[in-house]
Ligand binder design. Structure first.
Ligand SMILES: Cc1cc2nc3c(=O)[nH]c(=O)nc-3n(C[C@H](O)[C@H](O)[C@H](O)COP(=O)(O)OP(=O)(O)OC[C@H]3O[C@@H](n4cnc5c(N)ncnc54)[C@H](O)[C@@H]3O)c2cc1C
Length: 440
């Protein structure tokens, strides 16, 4: 029995294309984090039968003490969130919970001193023609994003949550992949997706190695409130130990990502609340009036990590499981969203051409599409971080001039703005804001 949707004919559920094997799922996704859940929604709304496996209880992910970060979601990524209905699910009592990033000010400085006047200023108004008048992106607290993704995935009939559950092994054969669990359960699917984060168990099981390099930095993350409105301006102030980022949330609130050497970060984490608030104010320098923390402090070590390949037999690796980067440009989650959008597009095409979802050609397409983009961005972030996180005199001078040169050259400035808003490259339908119409 076949049903037709806008993107092609599909078997009702549970069959490997062109074969008779009975399957439990079209796609099994290991990892119900931000990227895994977005991939699940994207594929489910395109009509595939999806299972999401997570080692933790879903309620643990929704606890207030799970994640204190907020993410900069690029314009194109936010379009995808609209297309998937996640942006609507973020709304609560008339509050969108998505703070527009209208402008970005990048400057270089010394703690306790005003930033260098040689800076770089991005204004969304300068790319209004390609951005449909939208901001450069939106700041969304991860806890809010998780709630919205859980709401949407729970409401999606063709997504089954399998959590908490521990995968023991998987075995790919000619027709399917079979996943065995620690409790003895066995499930099968055409394709396995590893979205189980930086320490991906599935990636390790598949014997896929990573290239990793440290950056001797940690970030202290918290949320603050200020006396004066931030006007939707994101500030990235480069101090010798690393960037100090003030990222505009809704209201007079901001998410702070304060990067330090590991020792200095541990010391800042050990300060009492009053001392910590005083240190934060010193870095702000008073331009938003009085500033005070309104949330607990979190500390994250940074390093870069890139999987040697994104694919195995009937296996694709996405999100931080494939590429974990420094958040200097707020791109890690955005890269994972682009993986999810590309994955859904490849599977929709495979179905319309009658191909097995786990066919090698689909896997090769994914790797070809996503690896170049992710590798380029990973290295760009690394170079940017090395160039700016130091106090070397001549380098300091050169980077300040570099910022001001980009600022004075409109075409270059526009290129960087389009890159930041995620609108450069070969964009799959979801990133152009096109929905699959929820064919389930
Ligand atoms: C301080 C900081 C600020 C950041 N800011 C930004 C930003 O502004 N913009 C941006 O785009 N990115 C940002 N990032 C990066 C972003 O947070 C990550 O890229 C993103 O959270 C990765 O999501 P993920 O779903 O791939 O992995 P994770 O969030 O790690 O999720 C992995 C999931 O897999 C599950 N899991 C783990 N092991 C198993 C297993 N064995 N079996 C089953 N399930 C398992 C976990 O329970 C979890 O649910 C930032 C990162 C940091 C550290």
């Amino acid at each position: 029995m076949y049903r037709q949707n806008k993107y092609g004919r599909r078997p009702k559920t549970g069959y490997t294309y062109g074969m008779k094997t009975k399957l439990d799922f079209d796609v099994l996704i290991v990892g119900g984090g931000l990227v895994g859940l977005t991939a699940a929604l994207a594929c489910a709304q395109a009509g595939f039968k999806i299972g999401v496996i997570d080692i933790a209880k879903p309620s643990d992910h929704l606890a207030d003490n799970h994640d204190g970060r907020a993410s900069a979601i690029a314009t194109a990524s936010f379009r995808m969130m609209r297309a998937l209905g996640v942006a609507d699910a973020l709304e609560e009592n008339g509050d969108t919970h998505a703070g527009p990033i209208n402008k970005i000010l990048v400057s270089d400085g010394q703690t306790g001193q005003p930033p260098s006047p040689l800076n770089l200023f991005f204004d969304s108004a300068q790319i209004a023609e390609t951005n449909d008048g939208e901001p450069l992106g939106y700041m969304v607290e991860n806890r809010r994003m998780r709630h919205a993704l859980h709401t949407q995935t729970k409401a999606q009939k063709n997504i089954t949550w399998i959590a908490p559950a521990r995968v023991k092994s998987f075995l790919a054969s000619k027709a399917k992949t079979t996943i065995s669990f620690a409790d003895g359960k066995i499930l099968s699917a055409s394709l396995l997706i590893a979205a189980d984060g930086r320490n991906s168990f599935i990636r390790k099981l598949a014997g896929i190695g990573v290239t990793t390099w440290p950056c001797q930095q940690k970030a202290i993350v918290t949320t603050v409130e200020h006396e004066l409105p931030h006007g939707g301006i994101a500030h990235e102030l480069f101090l010798p130990a690393g960037p100090f980022a003030i990222l505009p949330l809704t209201g007079n609130r901001a998410s702070i990502v304060w990067t330090e050497t590991p020792r200095a970060a541990d010391a800042a984490m050990a300060l009492d609340d009053e001392q910590f608030a005083a240190e934060l104010s010193r870095r702000y320098g008073g331009f938003l009036g009085k500033v005070w923390p309104i949330a607990p402090r979190w500390c994250y070590p940074f390093s870069f990590q890139h999987a040697k390949t994104y694919i195995g037999e009937r296996l694709i690796i996405i999100g931080d499981a494939a590429h974990a980067i420094h958040p200097i440009a707020g791109q890690g989650f955005n890269m994972g969203l682009r993986d999810a959008a590309a994955l859904a597009d490849i599977l929709v095409r495979a179905r319309s051409e009658g191909r097995d979802l786990g066919a090698d050609i689909n896997l090769a397409l994914f790797e070809h599409w996503r690896k170049f983009d992710n590798t380029a961005l990973t290295h760009a972030c690394d170079v940017f971080n090395r160039l700016f996180s130091n106090n070397i005199g001549p380098l300091k001078h050169t980077r300040r001039i570099g910022l001001s040169v980009v600022d004075k050259l409109p075409p270059l400035r526009k290129f960087f703005m389009k890159e930041a808003s995620g609108q450069i490259g070969d964009l799959p339908p979801l990133l152009r804001g096109e929905s699959y119409g929820n064919a389930a």
